[in-house]
Write a protein that binds this ligand. Structure first.
Ligand code: SF4
Ligand code: SF4
Length: 254
């Protein structure tokens, strides 16, 4: 019998589920190796009860219903994989994490705006609620990392994720440095690699969509931003777009 897996979406744009469906060259091999028994984004017939070897979960947790859902997924799964930056760090929806939700609503919609309250938020990463066995960040996650994860987990291994910054991949591609040579606000030095330096390779400064790299040296990049006459706070604002809850806790810890 093939191992059973589930693919789930909480608060997110379903980008990871689309990325999985876009694994066109590998999809038949994956379906040959596993039974995808619960995948609302890919099938209208789902089994919400079976024990699962792996659950792949995208999106952040935004309310009590989603908290119950992720706890139930955890209970029925041997392994839980957070897919995409919303699941790993809270993502774009958590950008307002440092601010009070009513104030954010008033700022966006005005004091006489149509929306007075919002029964959601703050958006938080899966790991705030359950044990996460593997995190695959990205907005959306790289399909190559998903396929590698499926392959490794089915073989009883845990895939290694990059612990180095985007700059390393950027240097391997011999790109001109957008930050040092052109003075553009690139977040590559403090962002987790794994995207093959996609944006700098197209002359676009990294905006940190894969979240902060382990031991990100914020002091150093702030110094470089200062030297380049870029606003120092810009680097933290960039990382907050995708990883506000995690970044704020990192700052609290010092
Ligand atoms: S362009 Fe960005 S990612 Fe590439 S080396 Fe420079 S700072 Fe790093
Ligand atoms: S270069 Fe930066 S913004 Fe672009 S995909 Fe990679 S991590 Fe995301």
């Amino acid at each position: 019998m093939k191992p059973k897996i589930g693919i789930f979406g909480l608060s997110g744009c379903w980008g990871e589920q689309i990325a999985i469906l876009n694994c066109e060259d590998q999809l038949l091999d994956i379906i040959g190796a596993v039974d995808i028994v619960d995948f609302l984004g890919g099938s209208s017939v789902n089994d919400a009860e079976s024990r699962l070897l792996v659950s792949f979960v995208e999106g952040s947790v935004a309310n009590a219903r989603e908290e119950a859902k992720i706890r139930q997924i955890r209970e029925r799964s041997d392994l839980v994989v957070a897919c995409g930056s919303c699941a790993c760090f809270g993502g774009v929806s958590a950008m307002d994490a440092p601010f009070e939700r009513p104030k954010v609503i008033e700022t966006v919609y005005g004091s006489n705006g149509p929306i007075k309250s919002w029964d959601i938020g703050p958006h938080r990463p899966l790991s705030d609620f359950v044990k996460v066995d593997l995190a695959i960040p990205g907005c959306p996650m790289e399909t190559t990392e998903f396929v590698r994860a499926v392959s490794a987990l089915l073989n009883g291994d845990m895939p290694l994720m990059p612990t180095y910054p985007v700059c390393l991949e950027c240097k391997m591609k011999e790109n001109e440095c957008l930050l040092v040579q052109r003075g553009l606000p690139c977040a590559g030095p403090v962002t987790m690699a794994g995207c093959d330096a996609r944006c700098p390779s197209h002359n676009i400064a990294c905006i940190g969509c894969r979240g902060p790299v382990e031991e990100a040296n914020m002091a150093s990049i702030e110094q470089i931003f200062g030297d380049k006459e870029l606003p120092k706070e810009q680097i933290k604002l960039k990382l907050r777009v995708f990883a506000a809850p995690v970044l704020d806790r990192t700052e609290e810890r010092g």
